[in-house]
Design a protein around this ligand. Structure first.
Ligand code: AQP
Length: 332
């Protein structure tokens, strides 16, 4: 039996991935490439939906590639590519825009959140149509599984709705994808404000853990992470959101269960626990950071890996574009 297909993407919109990106998404990408036919892309076209500096976009695209490789994505096992190098994304993206209703697109909470921050007039049309481009990203590859964080659940639902509607109207064209969203770790919270998602564009820098930051900076941030009332290290999302977030992070990186961690820290204070979380995180990312920085020394090598992946992605994507065009009555 052929392997099921996985696709996911990440935006090159920051100088480093943050801990939420890794635990919510990329960590699963690494595992899934062992058992699935995996396609992972750096979604630079999505990055254009907000103000971008050309030099930074280039640098961040290469830094994203270096981080993905250092985190364990293997170009032998996965197809690692850049979205803009596969023009079929734009082709199918337009079809998706023409299939989606204005009403359903208007219900996307991510657009509402992001556009309300900048003011609706300042938001770009591309920010509004982003979920349709994302639907195209997914459906192009006849994807079965999409490993993402909780914040993408609504976009996956929209993708499924559009695909189902297209198939029933124009004939079987797309595989209907499913989201692969963890029960624990699908939403990592800001360590200064554990009621808010860890995110590069909101909250204070102090609550955001960038995996390429120095061990010293990250250790310091964890030691001043916000905790909760009481003294007990116990998982309780309502009463102890700060400690619960730190437990989730420790467990995901150390491989220990939450129950074991609660026992290990029984009778110890929050200070000891935060020190232990700091150490687990810093030691986990120390070699990854070094590897990513080393890979960044050879841009030509990174670019050649991406070109190879994009070439393969184009050939797979073209098959779906042809099928969709043909079913729509477009003369090929
Ligand atoms: N806090 C999070 N917890 C779990 N998963 C998360 N993801 C993002 N934040 C968290 C997941 O990371 C993947 C890549 O998402 P992206 O390309 O949208 O990354 P981002 O732009 O870096 O995410 P941010 O920080 O949340 O950006 P802004 O502030 O612009 O909204 C996705 O699978 C996502 O679910």
């Amino acid at each position: 039996m052929s392997k099921k297909r996985v696709l996911s993407g990440i935006q090159p919109t920051s100088d480093s991935f943050h801990l939420g990106n890794y635990l919510g998404a990329v960590k699963q990408w690494v595992d899934l490439q062992e058992t699935h036919d995996a396609f992972y892309c750096i979604v630079d076209l999505h990055a254009l939906t907000v103000e971008t500096d050309p030099k930074l976009l280039r640098k961040r695209t290469l830094t994203s590639a270096a981080q993905l490789l250092a985190l364990g994505i293997s170009p032998e096992k996965s197809t690692l590519f850049v979205q803009s190098q596969v023009p079929q994304h734009n082709q199918l993206g337009w079809i998706m825009e023409c299939m989606a209703g204005f009403g359903e697109a208007s219900r996307m909470t991510q657009f509402k959140d992001k556009s309300s921050k900048a003011g609706a007039d300042a938001a770009r049309v591309g920010l509004f149509t982003y979920p349709m481009l994302m639907a195209g990203d997914i459906l192009l590859y006849q994807t079965n599984l999409v490993p993402v964080g909780e914040d993408q659940r609504q976009h996956i639902e929209l993708t499924r709705d559009i695909a189902g509607r297209f198939n029933s109207k124009y004939g079987e064209t797309f595989a209907i994808p499913e989201g692969f969203i963890l029960k624990q770790g699908a939403k990592i919270f800001d360590i200064q404000d554990p009621t808010a998602k860890m995110s590069k564009s909101s909250g204070s820098g102090a609550g955001l853990i960038d995996i390429l930051d120095t061990p010293e900076v990250n250790a310091k941030k964890f030691k001043s992470a916000v905790t909760d009332a009481g003294r007990e290290v116990k998982f309780d999302l309502v009463e102890k959101p700060g400690i619960s977030n730190l437990l989730t992070i420790h467990a995901a990186l150390s491989g220990k269960s939450i129950a074991d961690l609660e026992n290990e820290f029984a009778g110890k204070g929050y200070g000891d626990f935060k020190g232990a979380v700091a150490e687990v995180v810093v030691e986990y990312f120390r070699p990854i950071r070094a590897h990513a920085l080393e890979l960044l020394q050879d841009e030509a090598h990174l670019i050649s890996i991406l070109h190879k992946g994009s070439e393969k992605a184009r050939s797979v994507a073209q098959i779906t574009v042809d099928k969709a065009y043909k079913n729509l009555g477009i003369v090929l």
